[in-house]
Structure formats: structure tokens, C-alpha cells
Design a binder for this molecule. Structure first.
Ligand SMILES: Cc1cc2nc3c(=O)[nH]c(=O)nc-3n(C[C@H](O)[C@H](O)[C@H](O)COP(=O)(O)OP(=O)(O)OC[C@H]3O[C@@H](n4cnc5c(N)ncnc54)[C@H](O)[C@@H]3O)c2cc1C
Length: 385
């Protein structure tokens, strides 16, 4: 057991199983998916068959009944495919769009949305960000107006992962005139309804095996029972969701940094220059030592915070710290790993250039570095207002 007390033998066996699955069924194909701009939906169904999409959900809602550290293991191990896009698409399915259904969903919503998502039969996406409002969630303009037994939705969402092919969206929309955080609600929105328009598949620096969409909603009518959770409580529901999302992003970043470090270490031990192995140069050996130290520090922070989350706490300050520190460290580590490989690090024969492009998003998505610092500062009482 490498990391007691967080991981048991069950986690270690699960880790070994996921590592084999990633090596055999994801890594060999990931370049092809990156070039295609999307992963095949069959791999999601395969993950559903293997029970990999609901590891920490109760059995009654279609999950595997594992604890939160199973999700941490999954996120770390998926990163070892050497790309961020597919793991991000999976994280949207398992830890972004679906947790609010597990927590606030009615039995019918669980049957119709959560269970098919956890089996891989339906693709889910999460709609928070809008063209005019990203970090400033309280300013969301997309709105839903009650009309008899229906809600009528107007507005738009942007940067929606899985969006171009998703079956449904967990949507944040305004349902009242109350300003700011008040008056937001969550909805489950089928994306084949009249009035839903997917405008385009967005081209990106990285995360290319994950497709990203811009949506417009024009007079989209959904039954009243598609409201998820309590009307007017959507902000609080989604803030809860974001905590889990940030922790999974942190675990994924730790996995990416670790994998990049291993690639750099192996390369440094076999590559010769000036008659010596690279790892014999103190500069390189010390850099690898420093990279390993930084990874270990953020790994331990992530595990410690995940432990508190698994016990039912929601330590927003420390979750923000873990998200911030892992994103910055993984960016720093992967950049140095490229340096150790020299020109080989820069070409796509090796996964590092892709990992370097992909990891950049961790400093933006799910709350930017600056927003994480805002949360940390605010929860420390540093603001006077
Ligand atoms: C590939 C990709 C996938 C994504 N997937 C999804 C998804 O599935 N669903 C979804 O809803 N969203 C998704 N997003 C959106 C992502 O969460 C947002 O991009 C992010 O929250 C930042 O919002 P923004 O881009 O509007 O930037 P803005 O909020 O406009 O921020 C711009 C800059 O200003 C800074 N800033 C803003 N406010 C403050 C402040 N108070 N103090 C200091 N600095 C500040 C930011 O840190 C940033 O540097 C995705 C984005 C990308 C690129």
C-alpha cells in the first residue's frame, strides 16, 4: 500500500485494473481520437460495462458503491493515457454533470438520467458558463419561466464539454427576478428538444479528444418535473457540485504530473550526452528530485482534502488550495519534463507536448487560478467588505 491510510488493498487492486484498462483500451487509440476531435461513444459504454462510470455512487442509483478514493484513483489513472481530453470528458460524466442528480434527483430523474449516464448509455454535459459570464456565476442570464406544467428556457451556454453529442445537460438557469445568487435553479434538459441549437464545435489549444460546444436555447419547453433540486437553490446546489469537480481535477493533475515525471526520469536514465547519462548530470538529477518533491506535496494535499470530503465535510478553502496548487504544479512539472527530453519533448512522437497543451486548461476550467485565490482569501477573512 503506497499511501496509507487513504488507500486499502481494494483501492490498490482497483488501481491495477484501471491501469491495465487504460494501457490496453485508451492509450493505443488516444492519438486517433485527438485527431478526430472526439472519442468514440463505444469507449464510454465499455467503461459503463466495467463499472468505471459510477465508482463512488450507491448501488441503488446504478453505481458501484465505492468510496470517494475510488474516484481519486480513477482520475489519477486515466491521466496516464497521456492526454487530458478523454479523462475530462469522463470527469464531466461522472463528477460534474451527474453528482447533483445523485444528491437532489427524484426517483424518476435518477431512473431517466443518472442510471443511463452511469452505464454509459447516455452522454451528459454541464451548462454553467455563458458567453458573457464565466467566473461570475451569479450573473447568469439564461432563464426559465414557468408556463403551466412547463418551463420555457431562453439563453446560451458556451465551452460545454461533451456538448456536441450529449443526450442531456444539467443546466443552471435563472428562475426568478431576484438578483445575483438568488433565483438560480438547476434543470435536466434533453438536448434533442425543439429550440436547442448546438452552434459549433469549438477548436482548442488542447483537450482535443474532448468536444466542446456553444449552445443557444430559444423557447425550449420542458416538463415542470425537470427542475432538479429546489427552485431558487441552484447556486448552492452548483457550488456544492463544483467542490467535487475541483477535487477530481486536482487528482487528475497529480496523475498527469506523476506520469510526465516518470517519462522524464526514464528518458534521463537512458539518454546519453557528453559520454554520460542525463541523470548523471546534477542539474537534471536535482530537477527530477525537485519535480518529485513538488508532486508529492500537492499529492498529499489532495489526498488530505479528499479524505475530509469523503467524511462529508466540504472544506471549500482547502479544495480551492488543492485545485490551485495541483494545476500550477502540473503545468510546471510537465514543462520541465519537456525540457528534459529536449527536442523529443516538443514533438508528438512523445505524449508530453500534448500533456503540456492539455494541462493548461487546469488553470482555467472549473474555476480559474484567480478565482481559487479569491475563495482562499475570502474564506480567510482577508476582505473588508
Ligand atoms: C475546454 C473547456 C472546457 C470547459 N468545459 C465547461 C463545461 O463543461 N461546462 C461549463 O459550464 N463550463 C466549461 N468551461 C468554462 C470554464 O469553466 C470557464 O472558462 C472558466 O470558469 C472561466 O470563465 P471565463 O472563460 O468566462 O473567464 P472570465 O470569467 O471572463 O475570466 C477572464 C479572466 O479574468 C479573471 N477574473 C475573473 N473574475 C475575477 C476576479 N473576481 N478576480 C480576479 N480575476 C478575475 C479570470 O481569472 C480570468 O483570468 C470550459 C472551458 C474550456 C476552455
Amino acid at each position: 500500500m503506497p499511501y496509507p491510510p487513504y488507500f486499502t488493498e481494494t483501492h490498490d487492486q482497483f488501481r491495477a485494473m484501471v491501469r491495465r484498462f487504460v494501457a490496453m483500451e485508451i492509450t493505443p487509440y488516444v492519438r486517433q481520437w485527438e485527431e478526430a476531435g472526439e472519442f468514440p461513444l463505444a469507449i464510454l459504454r465499455r467503461m459503463g460495462e466495467l463499472g468505471l462510470l459510477g465508482v463512488h455512487y450507491p448501488v441503488e442509483v446504478g453505481g458501484q458503491g465505492g468510496d470517494y478514493f475510488m474516484a481519486v484513483v480513477l482520475a489519477e489513472e486515466l491521466s496516464r493515457c497521456g492526454a487530458g481530453g478523454f479523462p475530462m470528458a469522463v470527469a464531466v460524466q461522472t463528477d460534474m454533470a451527474t453528482p447533483p442528480i445523485g444528491k437532489f434527483g427524484t426517483p424518476a430523474q435518477i431512473e431517466h438520467y443518472l442510471k443511463p449516464a452511469l452505464s454509459g448509455a447516455k452522454l451528459a454535459c454541464l451548462g454553467i458558463t455563458e458567453p458573457n459570464h464565466g467566473s461570475d456565476v451569479a450573473s447568469i442570464e439564461t432563464h426559465a419561466i414557468r408556463d403551466g406544467d412547463e418551463w420555457v428556457i431562453h439563453g446560451s451556454k458556451v465551452f460545454i464539454t461533451n456538448g456536441p453529442r450529449a443526450d442531456f445537460m444539467t443546466l443552471v438557469a435563472r428562475t426568478g427576478d431576484a438578483p445575483g445568487y438568488q433565483g438560480l435553479s438547476l434543470f435536466l434538459l434533453d438536448l434533442d428538444l425543439p429550440g436547442v441549437r448546438v452552434m459549433k464545435r469549438l477548436n482548442k489549444v488542447g483537450m482535443r479528444s474532448s468536444d466542446t460546444a456553444l449552445f443557444y436555447f430559444d423557447d425550449v419547453r420542458i416538463p415542470a418535473d425537470r427542475l432538479l433540486g429546489n427552485e431558487g437553490q441552484g447556486f448552492y446546489h452548483i457550488i456544492w457540485e463544483l467542490q467535487g469537480e475541483r477535487l477530481i481535477a486536482a487528482a487528475g493533475a497529480v496523475g498527469s504530473a506523476q506520469y510526465a515525471w516518470e517519462i522524464a526520469r526514464d528518458y534521463a536514465k537512458q539518454r546519453s550526452a557528453f559520454g554520460r547519462r542525463l541523470s548523471d548530470f546534477q542539474t537534471i538529477a536535482h530537477l527530477l528530485a525537485e519535480m518529485a518533491t513538488e508532486i508529492e506535496a500537492v499529492r498529499q494535499l489532495t489526498y488530505a482534502v479528499a479524505w475530509r470530503f469523503a467524511q462529508g465535510e466540504v472544506p471549500a478553502q482547502e479544495i480551492a488550495m488543492a485545485k490551485l496548487a495541483t494545476a500550477q504544479t502540473a503545468n510546471w512539472v510537465i514543462d520541465r519534463a519537456i525540457q528534459i527530453l529536449g527536442g523529443h519533448g516538443y514533438v508528438s512522437d512523445w505524449p508530453l507536448e500534448r500533456m503540456w497543451r492539455d494541462i493548461r486548461l487546469n488553470r482555467i476550467g472549473g474555476g480559474t487560478d484567480e478565482i481559487m485565490k479569491e475563495i482562499i482569501a475570502a474564506t480567510m477573512g482577508l476582505r473588508t467588505e
